[in-house]
Design a protein around this ligand. Structure first.
Ligand code: NOJ
Ligand code: CA
Length: 551
């Protein structure tokens, strides 16, 4: 690995941070976060060590799915500011060395998008074929329905022309017909537009549904759907060589791999949904088994493509790849009440509350996130241990405003917070107890810890670039991996159990007598380095939920 590779293939060692402009920082006191507010907070991200910002949809929208229902792809939602504000934000981020990617939501539009209004207006409208229309809806059953609590079909009857349109998600989100060349050109135009304004790529929403062509052209596949993803990727890199696509593909590994393409010519990064779900099962059982199994079975993405690892995101914590009984175990451990659950398949909570506020355990999870092979993606508020507000309905429970400082508006806004739709959580989780201001200068805070992890991660390219070996271990609660880059080693050890243990690990690749120092330990009382024994093993003691990165 040459230092220049780290710059060229920047996503392999990136620290990604996702946020919704609407809930990050309000600058004008109207209670809605905006681009000027975000710009004023870029230094927080720089301080944390973020290198790539992922913006959730910020385009004009009727906002019935938090902006994932777009009514204009070429503008900024006026509630969030102007294109001018957007460009100022981009410029500020760039000056701090932070790239920006944004959600590309083109599986569907809002039903208020002018394209759909035209398409629905008559059968011979020029935009008719931009969406997927059928006189008689095929029998789809509730199977492919994504939000079964609210929709019972993929097809919706539309009175204007007496036909049905396809909608994978909510009925107000009609699917675009990507077999139509005009639609494809338009999607490319959208990508080109935002790349000209500085974006380094896209988080691509709902990728499997975007490229599926069932239901179009009477169900005949016009071509390999992956050819379209390849075409998008090559268009993107033709316009901007180092731009990336980070895809949302929630499938088991074997279903997921084709989305990287042959030799990596489709997605550059794909979220590791199976690994994330296995992690929660492991946490619930205090047994590293499910994770070890998932991660050792996890295929290596081709060439420069990577897994994107994450602990939480803006959606429910989806557990749909676990079996029903495994899911029940996770529910029992982390979300036993009906109000914690959503769609019978996920949890509308953030990590710290699921772990009962246990600081050792929370830190161990983030140490895992930053040391697993893959690119870590944080969700805003994770750095300070923000917690959900269950009083706020549905998925909004985890989409409450960023808590910057103590006080009613939490430094997010000066607007009156009485009756706010997405109220911040009440004590002891509100901004009076959990905030950036409180944690910034505190060497013991979670925020300081996460910033340290981010810095160490960037100084330790082993995890992003190295070859990885999962180490055998007699202690079921311990997950250990050995990452080697250019002959240099780091051994990461994580203990998922709540009682101290002593473990012996085989480190075949290391010479006896080698001294390993824990990168996570610092200051006075630092543990002695660990010495590789004659039989090429190391023995160490881990405290409850202990973690170390031995180099
Ligand atoms: C995935 C997004 O993460 C989710 O929030 C949204 O509702 C659906 N895609 C539909 O766009
Ligand atoms: Ca505002």
């Amino acid at each position: 690995m040459r230092p220049a590779d780290q710059a060229d293939v920047w996503w392999r060692n990136a620290i990604v941070y996702s946020l919704d402009v609407e809930t990050f920082q309000d600058s004008n006191g109207d209670g809605i976060g905006d681009f000027r507010g975000l710009t004023s907070r870029i230094d927080h991200l720089a301080r944390l060590g973020v290198t790539c910002l992922w913006l959730m949809p910020f385009y004009p929208t009727p906002n019935r799915d938090d902006g994932y229902d777009i009514a204009d792809y070429y503008a900024v939602d006026p509630r969030l500011g102007t294109l001018g504000d957007f460009v100022e934000m981009m410029r500020t981020a760039r000056s701090r060395g932070i790239r920006v990617i944004a959600d590309l939501v083109v599986n569907h539009t809002s039903d208020q998008h002018p394209w759909f209004l035209e398409s629905a207006s008559s059968r011979d409208n020029p935009k008719r074929d931009w969406y997927v229309w059928r006189d008689e809806p095929p029998q789809d059953g509730p199977q492919g329905v994504i939000f079964p609590d609210q929709e019972d079909s993929l097809w919706r009857h539309d009175e204007r022309t007496g036909a049905h349109y396809l909608h994978r998600f909510y009925r107000h989100q009609p699917d675009l017909n990507i077999t139509n060349p005009e639609v494809r050109d338009e999607i490319a135009r959208v990508m080109g537009f935002w790349m000209e304004l500085g974006l380094s790529g896209f988080r691509v929403d709902a990728v499997p549904y975007l490229i599926e062509t069932a239901g179009t052209h009477d169900g005949h596949l016009v071509e390999d759907p992956h050819a379209y993803l390849r075409a998008l990727s090559s268009f993107m890199t033709r316009r901007k060589g180092d731009a990336i696509m980070l895809g949302e593909v929630n499938l088991p590994y074997e279903g997921l791999m084709p989305f990287f393409g042959d030799g990596g010519d489709e997605l550059d990064l794909s979220f590791d949904f199976p690994g994330m779900q296995a992690m929660y099962l492991s946490l619930a059982r205090q047994d590293a088994g499910p994770m070890r199994q998932a991660l050792s079975a996890r295929p290596s993405p081709p060439r420069d493509t990577r897994w994107a690892t994450f602990v939480r995101n803006h959606d429910e914590l989806t557990l749909d790849q676990l079996t029903a009984s495994q899911r029940d175990e996770v529910f029992a451990a982390f979300g036993p009440e009906p109000e914690h659950q959503i769609f019978d398949r996920g949890l509308r909570r953030r990590l710290p509350s699921m772990l009962g506020g246990d600081q050792d355990r929370i830190r161990m999870v983030y140490s895992l996130l930053f040391s697993l092979p893959g690119t870590p993606v944080l969700y805003y508020g994770e750095e300070i241990g923000m917690v959900e507000n269950l009083e706020v309905p549905g998925r909004w429970s985890v989409r409450t405003p960023m808590q910057w400082e103590p006080g009613a508006g939490g430094g997010f806004t000066t607007a009156d917070q009485d009756g706010a739709e997405r109220a911040m959580p009440a004590r002891p989780y509100g901004p009076d107890h959990i905030s950036v201001a409180d944690q910034r200068e505190d060497p013991q805070s979670l925020m300081t810890y996460i910033a340290r992890l981010a810095a160490l991660r960037r100084e330790t390219p082993h995890f992003g670039w190295g070859s990885i070996e999962w180490l055998a271990c007699d202690e079921p609660s311990v997950l250990a991996h050995h990452a080697v880059v250019d002959g240099d080693s780091v051994v990461a050890v994580h203990h998922l159990g709540d009682a101290p243990v002593e473990v012996t690990l085989p480190v075949a690749g290391l010479e006896p007598g080698t001294l390993l120092r824990d990168l996570l330990a610092e200051g006075p009382g630092m543990p002695e380095p660990v010495e590789v024994a004659h039989d090429r093993t190391i023995t160490l003691t881990l405290g409850r939920y202990g973690a170390c990165w031995l180099r």
